[in-house]
Design a protein around this ligand. Structure first.
Ligand SMILES: Cc1ncc(COP(=O)(O)O)c(C=O)c1O
Length: 366
């Protein structure tokens, strides 16, 4: 028997089945679920990225469970923390795994936002950890509705959140801080604000905060597999020792990417600019097409559109796929609490996105 940690044996839903059928048939689709930046026609500084990876020192194996000094220094400098506050990981997903292993016994729980990133359920389940959702209030600017007390081991936040594009505000940080457990803030999209952003949670040095990030979004380079944990607050040094002990069992970050990290982080702002030009142009097109149906994001790569609740989000997604060849994510993928929200990626090429936004709006208005 496989382990009960494997939670995803559920049968495929109607939307996934229809999408697979359309793709098999080679149907031309306008895909607003595209989330892989390397497939979105973004202009990357390809030669400079490959040059960064060409480093003689990558031929040596000098393992350090916290990551090489130069990688930690570069990550620290980019985030206004010290190198001693940084632990390098192979991805943000791995950062979650290390933190859950360090903070939780099997059967413990963590508080996670809803709606949010659907992979939480799996990342927690793989560590034998349960998730306890807390709501982001749709009608109050996605304010976090946290309990007054908790038996959970940590509060997880995503800022800006996938898919609502909302920041975990200073008031949300205060509410999380009152629970007296560490705050884990996934900041993978922090480099993509659409306007002014609040200060990061780690500015509160009186709280134990684990900030997660990685090149996957901050430099649009998910294939390079480099992430990080920044540990700040009163318990940071002890936590980093424990995280290093966990990371030492795997030593999963490759030498070439750690050696390249300073150069890759130096290239990141230009790549972010190219991605942000795309997301801003697409957001403007969506705003023009969808008007008040758009739930304006404050940052990130996604936008939420509210469809008339006479159909479920899944039925809207099915109808858009069948009748308009437009692929969107139904809100239930992200655990939206009510009908009918659709999630679109702002990464697709602009002409394709604008046409899809027109078709989407026409269908919702019909
Ligand atoms: C909120 C959020 N966190 C983490 C990740 C994964 O990041 P990584 O590729 O560094 O594991 C994603 C990817 O979509 C994400 O949306």
């Amino acid at each position: 028997m496989p382990s009960s940690r494997l939670p995803w044996s559920s049968p495929k839903n109607a939307f996934t089945l229809l999408l697979e059928e359309r793709r098999r048939a080679g149907a031309p689709l306008l895909d607003l679920t595209l989330s892989n930046p390397t497939k979105a026609g973004i202009a990357y500084p390809g030669a400079a990225i490959l040059d960064a990876l060409r480093d003689e020192r990558a031929l040596q194996y000098e393992p350090d469970p916290r990551g090489t000094a130069e990688a930690r220094e570069a990550i620290a400098a980019a985030h206004g923390v010290g190198p001693a506050d940084v632990l390098v990981t192979a991805s943000t997903s791995e950062a979650y795994a290390l933190i859950f292993k360090m903070l939780c016994d099997p059967g413990d729980s963590v508080l996670v936002p809803q709606p949010s990133y659907p992979l939480f359920d799996h990342l927690a389940a793989l560590e034998g950890v349960a998730v306890e959702p807390y709501a982001l209030d749709i009608d109050a600017g996605w304010r976090a509705v946290l309990p007054a007390r908790t038996g959970a081991q940590a509060v997880v936040a995503v800022s800006p959140n996938n898919p609502t594009g909302s920041f975990f505000s200073p008031a949300d940080v205060d509410a999380a801080g009152r629970l007296g457990v560490p705050l884990v803030v996934d900041e993978v999209f922090a480099g993509y604000p659409f306007g002014a952003a609040p200060p990061p949670a780690r500015a509160r040095r009186d709280l134990d905060v684990f900030t997660l990030g990685g090149l996957s979004k901050s430099a649009g380079l998910p294939q390079l597999k480099l992430g990080w944990i920044l540990a700040t607050g009163p318990g940071a040094a002890a936590s980093l020792d424990r995280l290093a002990a966990v990371a030492d069992a795997y030593l999963s970050v490759s030498a070439p990417v750690m050696r390249a990290a300073p150069k890759l982080l130096a290239l990141a702002p230009a790549i972010r600019d190219a991605v942000a030009r795309r997301t801003r142009a697409n957001l403007a097109a969506l705003r023009a097409a969808a008007g008040a149906r758009l739930r304006e994001p404050a940052g990130g790569w996604y936008a939420v559109v509210e469809a008339p609740a006479r159909l479920s989000d899944e039925d809207w997604a099915l109808r858009l796929l069948r009748d308009d060849a437009v692929v969107v994510h139904p809100g239930y993928f992200f655990n939206f609490p009510r009908e009918a929200f659709l999630v679109v990626s702002l990464l697709p090429p602009e002409a394709e996105f604008a046409e899809a936004a027109r078709r989407l709006t026409r269908a919702l208005d019909a």
